[in-house]
Write a protein that binds this ligand. Structure first.
Ligand SMILES: [Zn+2]
Length: 456
């Protein structure tokens, strides 16, 4: 009977939740039944069975309450001895070139299951392009059918796909915004800016963003003099101790010859130079030649008309005849060209800063993956591909990897800092500049003292 209960529990509750629940249960039990610290061996007689404890099967009966830190270390000890092998849980590390159908085939899951999971992922599109380093955790039932699946993207982002009916899955995003920690990185350019920036600790994405910021003011391969200084205020996102791999540039100065280039992120999330002039390239509200009627609005709480489950509509729908031109609303790089069973032919563009756009149900692509596009460039023709109720364009705008309402979100207008925030912007620029200068000075002093040391 207990076994039935456990199997049932395993079937119904995803692995992660089981762990969490067990963790809580364990924690509670431990507070109730903790042994005295000196009694490390449970007395053979009179043990209290803990029904669901995976590693902790028995706890001694003679117990007392312990201080919390000792209690926690005891729990940790018990958790470390927990058997990892669970025949119902499969953990898969994604590597280059993997596809969901290939991974599912490996675990004898049907193509029908692949389709059901893909259908639930239609509005998220997290599964059709799998990224190396991400991880899938599959929870199977006792006949080998998929009950739930977790996609681990980074410490701050997971998606759980849960079976909600015999032929249907629903997803849930588990997002932890974490904290941003900032650091000032400084260096001098010797060789290429790219290599020098890397040496100072900047990532490829950071360097790309810096290039984009100053694209119109500086030719990085030609105009930077050897010895030019750079100072970067960079923030990195952490959940607990773990970096999520996300970073952003909050301020940068490049001191080149007699010219100083600078960019600072303002409270509106956009970049301006030290004088408050915009460094953004303007963004159009519509990815179309002219304003259009909207047939379905952005709605994160939309109820599915049939299932009555929350099924977010992450974009804006424009009814359009098949073959209508779709235009890039801003400069960017094409990061995805895909054909999804439900989203149809679609394109994703990464724009400058933290903006990303998607265009679904297209009939024809006019660009290729990796191609740079400029604002107003024709990227595709609209269509009716995938699971679509009629010819239309589904248009999404993401800021910092979260879908937002493309019709109302703040988009870069390439205008100077607003009059009312000009004073606070100037104050912050002054403050940051002083900090950056100080950091440069420190770096120079430590470099010259190292030189002096090595000369001795
Ligand atoms: Zn739509």
């Amino acid at each position: 009977m207990v076994n039935n209960f456990i199997n049932d529990f395993r079937r119904r509750v995803p692995a992660l939740h089981q762990r969490l629940m067990l963790g809580c249960l364990l924690g509670l039990s431990v507070l109730l039944v903790l042994p005295k610290p000196q009694q490390t061996q449970p007395s053979g007689m009179g043990v209290l069975p803990l029904m669901l404890g995976m590693g902790l099967q028995y706890a001694p009966q003679n117990f007392e309450l312990l201080p919390l830190d000792q209690a926690l270390s005891w729990v940790n000890q018990q958790l470390q001895t927990e058997p990892v092998e669970d025949p119902f849980v499969k953990v898969y590390q994604i590597s280059r070139g993997d596809s969901l159908s290939r991974i599912f085939a490996r675990y004898n899951l049907s193509y029908q299951t692949v389709q059901q999971v893909m259908a639930s992922d239609e509005s998220l599109l997290a599964l059709d392009v799998l990224h190396p380093g991400n991880r899938l955790t599959l929870q199977l039932d006792d006949v080998g059918e998929l009950q739930s699946m977790e996609l681990y993207i980074h410490a701050g982002k997971k998606v759980v796909y849960q079976r909600v009916a015999a032929d249907e899955f629903a997803y849930q995003e588990i997002v932890d915004e974490g904290v941003w920690q900032s650091d000032i990185l400084v260096g001098e350019v010797y060789g290429s800016f790219y290599v020098s920036a890397q040496r100072a600790g900047l990532s490829d994405a950071d360097i790309y963003n810096i290039n984009q910021l100053f694209k119109e003011r500086l030719n990085f391969s030609r105009d930077i003099q050897a010895g030019a200084q750079f100072q970067v205020l960079r923030s990195e996102n952490f959940v607990g101790e773990e970096s999520t791999g996300q970073s952003r540039i909050e301020g940068i100065r490049i001191l080149n010859r007699r010219q100083t280039l600078s960019a600072f992120m303002h409270e509106d999330g956009q970049y301006y130079d030290a004088n408050g002039d915009s460094l953004e390239r303007a963004f159009s509200r519509y990815p179309l030649q002219k304003q259009q009627r909207i047939s379905s609005h952005f709605n994160p709480r939309r109820l599915h008309p049939i299932t009555q489950r929350v099924s977010p509509h992450n974009g804006t729908d424009f009814p359009l005849p098949v073959g209508s031109p779709v235009l890039a609303p801003a400069d960017g790089v094409v990061t995805r060209i895909e054909n999804h069973p439900y989203a149809g032919k679609y394109i994703e563009i990464q724009h400058f800063g933290n903006y990303k756009t998607r265009y679904l149900h297209l009939s024809r692509f006019n660009v290729q993956r990796g191609q740079r596009v400029t604002r107003g460039q024709r990227i595709a023709l609209s269509g009716n591909t995938g699971r679509s109720t009629g010819p239309h364009l589904h248009y999404e705008l993401h800021i910092n990897n979260r879908p937002v309402n493309p019709m109302t979100a703040h988009i870069p207008l390439a205008k100077p800092v607003s009059a009312e925030s000009r004073a606070s912007f100037a104050k912050r620029v002054k403050q940051l500049t002083a900090q950056m200068e100080q950091q440069s000075l420190l770096a120079k002093n430590s470099a010259s003292s190292t030189l002096a040391d090595s000369a001795e």
